[in-house]
Design a protein around this ligand. Structure first.
Ligand code: GLC
Ligand code: CA
Length: 546
């Protein structure tokens, strides 16, 4: 008998994207939809599944291969979907299971597959499991959550703090015990030492695989399992990251435990057993690239991909980003594939955070994401350079913003509705209907206007994705940094493609470039020849194919 997990035969790194069905996503571009804010079909000011279906052609025209849907499962919305009350049904705000089936089918017609968001760290406190668990110490589901007796004088069992502020423990008077919540107290943490919890999630995954979803984005998967002894966290020091300094402790025992990998490997085994095209992409919000790499296992027995928060949190700066990419390229396990992202529903949009609203910088950021080796995940609005929305204190819906305003204003600004056109309601909702979060003035930035303008950010994004789908170098070719002047970043992809970016405020000469410019942040350069040296304007980039 061979080993239990035989390594798949090595596929040549430069095989074209169509060469291996299991790697259908390697050359592709993914797109995150925050469903409440994408498109509202029924005029209640809240985006929904039929709205998404009605906008699939926009994603098809963009060349998107897969969608990650932030949670559409049933939720009382304490954390806007990330507090799940039923893992196997659709929240009525968004539609029905039939609507999801239609989305999967309509996506398939356009070559777009659907990833759902799986939230395994915690449930809603209204989930029937927790309602039962809370009913008494002998309840059938008691052990599905993390309960502990009070510490000395009735204090919480240990010094763990919630990511969202305050102690990570809530006292349950009726039973005289505390339960753990790494986020809001309405989001009790599941006990991943329980075999029943594991079996329940095996079932949930199969439920969705059976309905044809292509995979999952797995919420805070690095945090799922906690120290079995519930040991106190050590005090933070001045050398620790700022968030830990604010919390006063270093999160050692309530996050990043090694046993999380066992659970993820179990899921990979289930996914592969189902069929090897299914994807598991983790929200691996860790501070070190070496920690991120661990979530890839041996390259084929754990996550297919993990979001790279070191990159997301980096400055839009040539040297800093290049160093991160080089480390990823050098340390990623053989056969594994990087993921690149600049925005999501938890961080300020890249057009604001990286680019400060400057469209030239937005194009450079998009060129980086779309030209690196790996699968980029664009966030809704990235393709038009959408900046963060206008959020006043009275608009805040995110519990973290409500708690920390004005020190931290929360995550609403990156969750404002998608502007589809300059019509009343922005094409997002029925004219006159108040949207769940305010929409930025659609006259400033919207899909329809940009679709009609060949010099728009959207037109640029389409061209960059389009070229990627035609040129195997860009889709799957190896990455190699090339020497270049300060403030620039030049890299080769595959055997005959070079990407050159000037990420500085002054023009820069890049030598060693020869061929034809296939994609440029300045459209006028596309199709022109380069013979040796290119003079790049400030904040501009070109793809040169030899
Ligand atoms: C993840 C989600 C975030 C949510 C948190 C708790 O970080 O992306 O939106 O608040 O998990 O579920
Ligand atoms: Ca709606």
């Amino acid at each position: 008998m061979g080993p239990a997990n035989p390594a798949p035969p090595a596929t040549p790194a430069e095989a074209g994207p169509g060469a291996d069905p299991d790697r259908w996503w390697h050359g592709g571009v993914f797109y995150q939809i925050y469903p409440r804010s994408f498109a509202d079909s029924n005029g209640d000011g809240i985006g929904d599944l039929p709205g998404i279906i009605s906008r699939l052609d926009h994603l098809a025209a963009l060349g998107i291969a897969g969608i990650w849907l932030s949670p559409v499962t049933v939720s009382p919305n304490r954390d806007w979907g990330y507090d799940v009350a039923d893992y196997c049904d659709i929240d009525p705000d968004f539609g029905t299971l039939d609507d999801l089936a239609t989305l999967i089918r309509e996506g398939e017609k356009r070559g777009i597959r659907i990833l759902l968001d799986l939230v395994p760290n915690h449930t809603s406190d209204q989930h029937p499991w927790f309602v039962d668990a809370r009913s008494g110490r002998d309840a059938a589901h008691r052990d599905w959550y993390v309960w502990a007796d009070p510490g000395a004088g009735g204090a919480p069992p240990n010094n763990w703090v919630s990511i969202f502020g305050g102690p990570a423990w809530e006292f349950d008077k009726a039973s005289g015990q505390y339960f753990l919540h790494n986020f809001e107290k309405e989001q009790p943490d599941l006990n991943w030492w329980s075999d029943e919890v594991r079996a329940a999630f095996d079932h949930i995954m199969r439920f969705w695989w059976d309905r044809g979803v292509a995979g999952f984005r797995i919420d805070v998967c690095n945090m799922m399992i906690k120290d079995a002894e519930l040991r106190d966290n050590p005090p933070a020091t001045e050398d620790d990251p700022l968030d830990q300094q604010f919390m006063g402790v270093k999160a050692v025992y309530n996050t990043d435990r090694p046993e999380a990998h066992d659970i993820l490997q179990r899921w990979r085994h289930i996914a592969d057993g189902y069929d090897t095209t299914r994807l598991l992409i983790g929200e691996t919000n860790v501070e070190q690239l070496s920690t991120l790499m661990q979530f890839y296992g041996n390259g084929h027995n754990e996550l297919h991909g993990g979001f790279n928060f070191v990159f997301i949190n980096a400055a839009l700066e040539a040297g800093a980003m290049r160093a991160i990419v080089e480390e990823v390229e050098a340390t990623l396990p053989a056969g594994a594939w990087p993921i690149w992202t600049g925005s999501n529903h938890d961080v300020s949009r890249l057009a604001t955070r990286w680019a400060g609203g400057d469209p030239a910088k937005v194009r450079c950021a998009l060129m980086i994401l779309l030209c690196l080796r790996g699968t980029p995940f664009l966030y809704e609005g990235d393709e038009i350079g959408l900046t963060d929305g206008p959020i006043e204190q009275s608009d805040v819906r995110d519990s973290v913003g409500l708690r920390f305003w004005p020190y931290y204003k929360g995550r609403d600004a990156e969750r404002t509705p998608m502007p589809w056109s300059n019509a009343p309601g922005g094409g997002f909702t029925t004219p006159g209907v108040p949207t769940w979060l305010p929409m930025a003035d659609p006259a400033q930035c919207n899909v329809a206007d940009q679709a009609a303008d060949p010099d728009s950010v959207l037109a640029f994004t389409r061209r960059a994705i389009g070229r990627r789908s035609q040129n195997d170098d860009l889709a799957v070719g190896a990455y190699r940094s090339l020497p270049s002047p300060e403030g620039t970043w030049v890299f080769a992809r595959g055997s005959a493609t070079v990407v050159a970016l000037n990420m500085s405020e002054t023009a820069r000469e890049i030598s060693g470039l020869a061929g034809r410019i296939s994609v440029a942040t300045d459209r006028a350069l596309e199709g022109t020849a380069v013979d040796g040296t290119a003079n790049l304007a400030p904040w501009s980039g070109v793809v040169v194919e030899g």
